[in-house]
Design a protein around this ligand. Structure first.
Ligand SMILES: NC(=O)c1ccc[n+]([C@@H]2O[C@H](COP(=O)([O-])OP(=O)(O)OC[C@H]3O[C@@H](n4cnc5c(N)ncnc54)[C@H](O)[C@@H]3O)[C@@H](O)[C@H]2O)c1
Length: 330
């Protein structure tokens, strides 16, 4: 039995806790939250679980192996470092920290102590994203040309981080994962703060990768529509991943190719302006078996602790995501 404590049970934390409670390989020793109201809420849901006010009290539980952190982003670095110093494995919500230097400190300490430090980039544990990754890796889409995503809503506004830091860790982690964690060549951020000074409500992020691959991320909590959509354009096929649709993945057999014109020596040698063929074939809507991503994420965390898996979202992956998020000040 892996003995676990969770820090933070505000809006998101209860989802992690529900999955931890259902997992047979672990046992919850304590749940910490600074808010008495939240602790009372958790005692109502799970009467057997001990609740405490501080992380320190949770870390002090005898026999504790691991800590799950779901507190606001700016508290992550200090809490992860404290957990690692106390000798505990850590799963922390996204982003792992708010600067590359902080991620590096976490990486160094986790390595020195031989502990797991994992960030909860939930979408990498989503069966639909996994399906899309397999599709790309199989070569069915051809060479990836560009990816763009939209994560929009008239949504929950935060005051501690802006829309990019709150929403884009998802999109950036998905794009990095799909492309095999490449090093961006250039990043350009355009955003604006309309509601709270210094906190962008909408951000457009452009990333240029090697081999002529482009990505664009559009995040906003100030939008009339709830949109969770990612489009991948490949040289052979194109895919739309719509997270709020019934059919989450649509594979389009579409593309544009130059039309061969017979020349004297070979095709295309006549010096005429090129002409193109638009290919518009079938649309495939694959059925993808569903399993809750958070369940997969927690199973992976436990596998990593037990030495059965190499962490998919460890400091190496987390660092690139934070590097992209932090690439330009707003
Ligand atoms: N994976 C996802 O889809 C997803 C969705 C929403 C939020 N999140 C992430 O979850 C984390 C929490 O977000 P939220 O929306 O639940 O925030 P929240 O503000 O609703 O909840 C945070 C909770 O942590 C408690 N807390 C803060 N500092 C603490 C400390 N030092 N010790 C003990 N308790 C402390 C607060 O009292 C609060 O109850 C963030 O990192 C956010 O990015 C992830």
């Amino acid at each position: 039995m892996i003995q676990i404590a969770q820090i933070g049970v505000g809006y998101w934390g209860p989802n992690l806790l529900r999955n931890l409670m259902a997992e047979r390989r672990c046992r919850m020793l304590a749940v910490a939250d600074a808010s008495e109201e939240r602790r009372e809420f958790i005692r109502g849901l799970y009467p057997g679980v001990q609740t405490v006010a501080t992380a320190e009290e949770a870390f002090a539980c005898p026999g504790l192996d691991a800590v799950v952190i779901a507190t606001p982003a700016r508290t992550h670095h200090a809490l992860v470092m404290a957990a690692l110093r106390a000798g505990k494995h850590v799963l922390v919500e996204k982003p792992m920290a708010t600067s590359v230097g902080e991620v590096d400190e976490i990486a160094a300490l986790a390595q020195r102590k031989n502990l797991v430090a994992m960030v909860g980039h939930t979408f990498l544990f989503n069966p639909v994203v996994r399906y899309l990754k397999n599709l790309i890796d199989s070569g069915e889409l051809g060479q990836i040309r560009y990816i763009y995503s939209q994560r929009l809503n008239l949504g929950r506004i935060r005051s501690d981080v802006d829309a990019l830091w709150n929403l884009a860790p998802h999109d950036i982690s998905i794009i990095q994962y799909l492309l095999g964690d490449p090093e961006p060549l250039a990043i350009r951020r355009t955003g604006m703060d309309f509601i709270q000074p210094g906190i962008d409500d909408v951000v457009f992020l452009d990333i240029t990768y090697p081999d002529k691959v482009l990505a664009h991320v559009h995040v906003s909590w100030l939008d009339p529509h709830k949109v969770r959509c990612l489009t991948v354009v490949g040289s052979k096929k194109m895919v739309v991943y719509d997270d709020v649709a019934d059919n989450k993945i649509a594979i389009y057999d579409k593309g544009i190719e130059p039309k061969a014109i017979l020349g004297e020596r070979m095709d295309y040698d006549q010096g005429l302006p090129p002409t193109f063929v638009h290919r518009s074939g079938e649309v495939r809507l694959p059925a993808i078996p569903w399993k809750e991503p958070l369940k997969n994420e927690i199973e992976h965390f436990l596998d990593c602790i037990e030495g059965k898996a190499i962490c998919l979202t460890g400091p190496g992956h987390a660092r690139k995501v934070v590097e992209i998020l932090a690439s330009q000040p707003h």
